[in-house]
Design a protein around this ligand. Structure first.
Ligand code: GLN
Length: 284
């Protein structure tokens, strides 16, 4: 079978199964370890039998089960860098790149900012910030040892200076009496009640620990904000990614515990509430 024929087969197979046909090309490029130009100029070539088999197996598995293409290839891109992912971590979403931008912007007003990423998962937030800012220290916490293995591997690949801790939200920072300038987190925020509305690609493959939270999805924010009183610098920032219906609730929560702060709800590129931004001020 030629490369062209293999792609054609895969595209229609995926479409018939109600999946996106572009997955075919992503998987094949990964199997061949080629870039798109090489693929386009080699369409008439025969596809190696072993690669064909592995390609077909992955396309079928995606069609049948909805396994995310990122689990088939083991990678996802974030903020221009390649990161390892697996089923122990949430696959990085594009919206989270905006959260990172706001964290970087805040950090730029400090000479040597200390930043903490809470619920680091694959480590994309922590590693990206550590790479983008020259003079900073990044602490990253996750409760899942399996997620931390992935995050540490990503920090190693990118040679990012990040200190990792296993624990519940800010607990390890409290224990070590670390004071941070910027707290950033994309915690689990989907209410358990919304479970039915998620696609099979999400519900069966992203770790539940990274997706769901109690109390209408607000439990993680509540926990973090309470602990933040011990950890956040007097003139620090808190930056949260939120579910699009949680803006008001999270903003109020912050205002309640940090009454002297400025709080903003920021929309993502799709005009949905996506980030809550807080700047703290010393108490008068
Ligand atoms: N912080 C990680 C990310 O943004 C993981 C988030 C999560 O698991 N909820 O990808």
């Amino acid at each position: 079978m030629t490369i062209y024929e293999a792609l054609k087969w895969a595209s229609s197979f995926l479409e018939e199964a109600g999946r996106e046909h572009r997955i075919a090309e992503i998987v094949l490029l990964h199997e061949l370890n080629w870039n798109k130009t090489k693929l386009l100029t080699s369409l008439r070539e025969e596809l190696d039998e072993q690669i064909l088999q592995s390609f077909q197996e992955k396309v079928k598995r995606h069609a049948e089960t909805g396994v995310p293409v990122q689990h088939l290839t083991g990678i996802e891109y974030f903020y221009g860098r390649e990161f390892c992912v697996n089923n122990h971590v949430l696959i990085p979403r594009q919206e989270t790149e905006e959260l990172v931008q706001y964290a970087i912007e805040a950090a730029q007003s400090k000479e040597k900012p200390i930043i903490a990423d809470i619920g680091t998962g694959s480590g994309v937030i922590a590693v990206t910030i550590a790479k983008e800012l020259e003079q900073c220290h990044v602490h990253a916490v996750d409760v899942s040892p399996e997620a931390l293995t992935v995050a540490k591997e990503n920090a190693r690949i990118h040679q990012a200076p990040v200190t990792f801790y296993q624990g519940s939200f800010l607990e390890p920072l409290q224990k070590n009496e670390i004071v941070v300038d910027i707290l950033v987190s994309n915690p689990p925020y989907i209410p358990y009640e919304d479970k039915e509305t998620l696609s099979d690609t999400v519900i069966n493959f992203d770790p539940a620990l990274a997706l769901f939270a109690d109390h209408h999805g607000l439990a993680a924010y509540e926990e973090i904000v309470l602990q933040a009183k011990d950890v956040l610098a007097e003139d620090g920032w808190i930056l949260f990614e939120i579910g699009h219906q949680q803006g008001e609730a999270v903003a109020q929560l912050l205002k309640h515990h940090f009454p002297q702060s400025d709080v903003k709800i920021i929309k993502d590129i799709n005009k949905k509430d996506r980030i809550v931004w807080m700047k703290n001020y010393p108490q008068k």
